[in-house]
Ligand binder design. Structure first.
Ligand SMILES: C[S@@+](CC[C@H](N)C(=O)[O-])C[C@H]1O[C@@H](n2cnc3c(N)ncnc32)[C@H](O)[C@@H]1O
Length: 354
């Protein structure tokens, strides 16, 4: 299925090179997170970086900004994160814990800042992540704890997609092309050139994060890495107003925001709906839904992602119909959809109970 920049967070942070590649590909996110940390972190604070990634960057940034203690937790090996904390002179104030946030012992009782960049950028896949953040808030927040992201928004738009099945084929062709391109690029460029390209990207990430990343260099030098970005593999970039739709997509509904989750709320995940109802404004065969997720900290947009899923039970719809889409689905097998004759006005239905 066509997924512009929806990439699994869980897979992304757990090894140093994947984490670095992620940072290279999303510089805006990195810069936004730094701005957010610079705005909130105060001398003496205790910070919990939930899902810190193999590089533990945000915990280290928080310590450099004056936190008395920062704890980073992630599923993968955090040896490189520890080396980076040392390199940046904050090893005495930063701890890294390898484990699952759901049950790993976290060596802080209450934190002043909880950073929870663990979302998977898809409403179906994010449900357990919201539950987890809610649990972390219950366990580790006090009344004034700041949470980043402070808000997570989800919206949906119904589409008629002219070539959904061709798109599947195009995607698989694109994957093959990407692999071929990467192999050709590797063949043409010497290992030395590739190392230089990585080193340049590394300097850029260091500049954005304001921390030094020399401990990663030996990994880059040792491995036979392909360039971190190839023209084809590069994710499509979206404008500030959202998707530049690929040809063949026609919007049949208005975009509708169906969830606004307050990061610091102890009941945030409970307001995550089971389904979303969209009011049809244009006739057509609705067979696709575009999900959008916005991760925000106050007025700072940390990241905006969009992903398109096919729906199960595609059918013709007309203005005044309401389509109901399930948010339980992970999108892989199509999003269950039903149509009601209905009236105008999108809404979310039946709150989810934990
Ligand atoms: C996109 S990465 C973010 C890394 C880093 N915080 C950053 O912003 O650059 C998300 C991280 O959350 C971690 N994560 C997701 N669910 C987790 C869980 N249940 N326990 C521990 N880590 C988790 C993943 O392993 C991944 O490294």
């Amino acid at each position: 299925m066509y997924r512009p920049n929806t990439t699994s967070c869980a897979a992304l942070g757990t090894d140093p090179i994947s984490h670095l590649t992620f940072l290279i590909r999303h510089p805006g996110r990195q810069i936004a997170l730094r701005r957010a940390l610079e705005r909130v972190v105060r001398q003496g604070w205790v910070v919990l970086d939930a899902g810190c990634g193999a590089l533990g960057l945000l915990a280290i940034m928080a310590a450099k900004l004056g936190a008395a203690r920062a704890v980073g937790v992630d599923l993968g090996d955090l040896q490189i994160a520890r080396l980076l904390a040392k390199e940046n002179g904050v090893a005495d104030r930063v701890d890294f814990v390898e484990g699952d946030l759901r049950h790993a012992p976290i060596p802080v009782q209450r934190c002043d800042l909880l950073v929870s960049m663990i979302y998977r950028n898809h409403p179906g896949l994010d449900r357990p992540q919201h539950q987890l953040v809610q649990r972390l808030v219950e366990r580790h927040a006090h009344a004034a704890t700041v949470v980043i992201p402070s808000e997570v928004h989800y919206s949906a738009t119904g589409y008629a997609h002219a070539w959904p099945h061709l798109e599947r084929r195009w995607l698989s062709a694109r994957r093959t092309l990407t692999a071929l391109h990467a192999r050709a690029a590797a063949a043409w460029s010497s290992q030395a050139n590739r190392r230089t390209a990585w080193a340049q990207h590394l300097v850029e990430v260091e500049r954005q994060a304001g921390i030094s990343l020399s401990a990663i260099r030996p990994l880059i030098d040792r491995s036979r890495l392909l360039p971190p970005t190839t023209p084809i593999a590069r994710p499509r970039s979206w404008g500030p107003v959202g998707l530049a739709p690929p040809p063949g997509l026609k919007a049949l509904t208005q975009p509708h925001r169906f969830a606004t989750i307050d990061g610091s709320s102890r009941s945030g995940a409970s307001s995550y709906p089971e389904s979303v109802a969209l009011a049809v404004v244009r006739p057509g065969r609705m067979n696709a839904v575009l999900w959008r997720q916005d991760l925000l900290f106050d007025d700072i947009v940390i990241r905006r992602t969009e992903s398109l899923d096919l729906v199960n039970g595609a059918r013709r719809v007309a203005p005044k119909n309401r389509v109901i889409l399930s948010i339980r689905s992970n999108g892989r097998d199509g999003v269950p959809m039903s149509v009601e004759p209905g009236v105008a006005g999108g809404s979310a239905s039946s709150p989810w109970s934990p």
